[in-house]
Design a protein around this ligand. Structure first.
Ligand SMILES: [Mg+2]
Length: 292
């Protein structure tokens, strides 16, 4: 896969260059360690070498549809052993944001599959069914899976307007802010962030003077990077990812260096890169072979 960067490509790092310069490594999962076909070349070797050298690492993913233990089992089955404790998921950020916003014990509508609801319950929320008359204190859009368009969006927008028209509070949380995901060559699907964007368009038109919108937890927003750096115990980290708009832009926004890997979602052909990574790799194996 070729990236059409208008200028020169950033330099290619060796693994030693990264482990010398940074205290820890943040790694995206899909498009870097695995893709639809399975484990990507070099993924398991990279993690094994980081462990051997005692370099702290975490996998940072926008997933909120599967719990860390489920994701860990899936990755292990693909031959990429990632302990659940090394996974930073956007759903896993809910407990601290529920605590900050006083949402413990609150009624929450959760959009997403069954494990998204478990994330909310682990955060202290009480999940309520979304129907035509639901009242709730929070709306959590975790993941697009199992969301029934337009039925659920009609119910969600009705809940929002009932609450806001009555001057009541409704906390809006968005775990995975991605707009789209690639389904197959030439085919795309709306992701959770795309659903939230539709609801926010209504809020902007109906309440133009109120700053209403979803708190975005996942990449490229700060909360997931802040959580990852806290767990790493250092801000001197580098983010390895395949998406300019999430992994790289998020790292840049947090003042982190980044490595773009060319194995996942490429930028649209001919489009200039909106952000520039510190480093570039065609694949993880290019780094493992370089200066090893
Ligand atoms: Mg990715």
């Amino acid at each position: 896969m070729t990236h059409k960067d208008p200028g020169d490509l950033p330099p290619t790092p060796s693994l030693k260059a990264l482990t010398d310069q940074y205290d820890g490594i943040l790694i995206d999962a899909y498009g870097v360690l695995v893709d639809k076909s399975g484990a990507l070349p070099g993924a398991a070797e990279l993690l094994a070498r980081l462990d051997t050298e005692g370099v702290p690492w975490l996998v940072v993913t926008n997933s909120a549809s599967r719990l860390p233990e489920t994701l860990a089992a899936e990755l292990a089955a693909l031959g990429v052993p990632v302990p659940a404790g090394r996974l930073v998921t956007s759903g896993g950020l809910l407990p601290e944001h529920f605590a900050e916003r006083g949402l413990d014990g609150c009624r929450c509508v959760v959009m997403g599959p069954a494990e998204s609801t478990v994330y909310v319950e682990r955060a202290g929320g009480i999940a309520v069914m979304l129907d035509d008359h639901t009242d709730a204190d929070a709306l959590v859009i975790a993941d697009q899976k199992d969301v029934r368009c337009l039925e659920d969006l009609d119910r969600a927008v009705s809940l929002m307007l009932r609450r806001f028209d009555a001057g009541k509070r409704l906390e809006l949380l968005l775990c995975n802010p991605d707009l789209l995901y690639p389904v197959a060559p030439g085919r795309f699907g709306f992701t959770a962030g795309g659903l939230a964007a539709m609801l926010e368009a209504v809020l902007r038109e109906r309440y133009p003077r109120r700053d209403l919108g979803f708190l975005r937890l996942g990449k490229p927003n700060r909360p997931i990077f802040d959580a990852a750096l806290r767990r790493l115990g250092s801000a001197r980290a580098v983010m390895i990812g395949d998406q300019l708009g999430t992994d790289i832009a998020g790292a840049v926004g947090c003042g982190l260096d980044s490595v773009l890997v060319g194995t996942g979602v490429a930028p649209a052909p001919g489009e200039p890169w909106p952000v520039r990574p510190t480093w570039y790799l065609r694949s993880l194996t290019q780094m493992l072979d370089a200066g090893a």
